[in-house]
Design a protein around this ligand. Structure first.
Ligand SMILES: Cc1cc2cn([C@H]3C[C@H](O)[C@@H](CO)O3)c(=O)nc2[nH]1
Length: 224
């Protein structure tokens, strides 16, 4: 109830590997006019004052990881802070997956060095100390790395052409440990897990199963 007093809408963030079907998921929920949907601001990452930081990062991660993730954190914060009139906010990814999945991975691979991670982390701690970035539900689109990788190849995003399978495998493990096994970092909210390996022809049934939670009709713990 306190959340209502602060005027923050019910906020759900959709998390999952690259190729886990987040865009398809958001499209399903775009039919509800009481839900404000925010896709990842990938076009901002592709054009920061004319620079395609996403391409820079995939071309030379050691040189550009900090720059890229620093901008990602800013663009995601802007979305967390966006005022909406609808009672429900549905976001693709968050400052949490930025820090706990992607920065985590770049740190492990030595692509972002400890001083840089420390600066990103100081910003993260400050940003997440604010009510704006509070989250009420995490929707984990759980895939196998094989299925995710297949979809990446099919989608054929130009910047992702050099992404190797073991990067997707590693990101899968990080998402699993963060949101499923809960052994890596803290979850910002209760998590519902969807089987995102399901084919696009049947996956709307899976979305529908969890609509009551995502549309804030029943508490997360309630049995479907
Ligand atoms: C929050 C967050 C999203 C995000 C996406 N990406 C990459 C993965 C995909 O190739 C592309 C679009 O999600 O950007 C990243 O490197 N770091 C990120 N951090």
């Amino acid at each position: 109830a306190s959340k209502r007093l602060s005027g923050r809408p019910f906020t759900a963030v959709v998390e999952g590997n690259i190729g886990s079907g987040k865009t398809t998921f958001l499209k399903h929920f775009s039919r509800y006019d009481n839900v404000a949907i925010f896709a990842e601001p990938i076009d901002m990452w592709r054009n920061c004052n004319g620079y395609n930081l996403l391409e820079y990062m995939y071309t030379d991660a050691k040189k550009w990881s900090f720059t890229f993730q620093s901008y990602v954190q800013l663009t995601m914060l802007r979305i967390h802070q966006k005022k909406i009139v609808q009672p429900i906010k549905l976001m693709e990814r968050s400052v949490y997956s930025a820090r706990f999945c992607f920065v985590e991975k770049m740190q492990r691979d030595g692509l972002m060095l400890p001083p840089s991670v420390s600066v990103i982390d100081e910003w993260f701690k400050y940003i997440t100390s604010m009510e704006d970035t509070a989250v009420d539900l995490v929707v984990y689109l759980r895939t196998t790395p094989e299925v995710a990788y297949e979809r990446i190849l099919k989608r054929n995003r130009s910047e992702e052409r050099t992404v190797p399978y073991d990067y997707i495998q590693a990101l899968h493990e990080i998402h699993e440990n963060w949101l499923y096994n809960k052994t890596l970092h803290t979850c910002p909210a209760p998590v519902i897990v969807l089987d995102a390996d399901l084919d696009i022809s049947v996956i709307s049934e899976e979305y529908k199963r969890f609509e009551p939670h995502i549309l804030n009709k029943i508490p997360v713990g309630a049995k479907v």
